[in-house]
Ligand binder design. Structure first.
Ligand code: 5GP
Length: 200
């Protein structure tokens, strides 16, 4: 029985990363897809943990060789989902979650229409700005660019299956978990399992 594919998106600072951490802490059959990116590594990041940090040449080579499930350019850098590990985990029966921006979501949905998509909304743009500044990892120019990008990202929220408003992290993670559980209990999903079990 193949696992289920989930997509989570939302502007920087909306809290996707923290929500995913909470989901993974309670579900050892949930695999987080580690993306490749050409963006410079932040101090607190480790290559192979948050991202695989690669050069533009390496990234373009991977696209050319068909190794990316999807990819997009965001705020001047490339980001993409390595296809191999996602298929491997799904085939092994694990659920997979992708943290991608909205163009990535559209590409995944076109390739895998059964993927379930969730958009994490910040409680307000003032709060988003506060969170971005608190990170203290970016220059003023980058913060302004990310805020602009965030507003553009939020305009795509309407195209997602679900919207989670991250005012309270615990509650937001609980909502994401509830969505994922409910999606796995859909009649079509369950009938699939029941039909495979010849004893039922
Ligand atoms: P950040 O630089 O803050 O880590 O990520 C910037 C944006 O890139 C976020 O919106 C994140 O969801 C998106 N992103 C991360 N990995 C991927 C990916 O593999 N594909 C796409 N399309 N977007 C990604």
């Amino acid at each position: 029985m193949a696992g289920k594919l989930f997509v989570i998106s939302g502007p920087s600072g909306a809290g996707k990363g923290s929500i995913v951490e909470k989901l993974m802490a309670k579900d050892d059959k949930l695999y987080f897809s580690i993306s490749a990116t050409t963006r410079p590594k932040r101090d607190y990041e480790t290559d192979g943990r948050e991202y695989f940090f690669v050069s533009r040449e390496e990234f373009l080579d991977r696209i050319e060789k068909g190794k990316m499930l999807e990819w997009a350019e965001y705020a001047g850098n490339y980001y993409g989902t390595p296809a191999g590990p996602v298929d491997e985990k799904l085939n092994a029966g694990c659920d997979v979650i992708l943290d991608v921006e909205s163009h990535g979501m559209y590409s995944v949905k076109a390739l895998r229409p059964d993927a379930v998509t969730m958009f994490v909304y910040p409680p307000s743009f003032a709060e988003l700005e506060r969170r971005l500044r608190k990170r203290n990892t970016e220059t003023e120019e980058r913060i302004q660019s990310r805020l602009k990008q965030s507003r553009l990202e939020c305009a795509h929220a309407q195209d997602y299956d679900y919207i989670i408003i991250n005012d309270d992290l615990e509650l937001a993670a609980e909502e994401a978990r509830a969505i994922m559980t409910a999606e796995k209990c859909r009649t079509a999903e369950r009938l699939h399992i029941l039909k495979e079990d010849k004893t039922l």
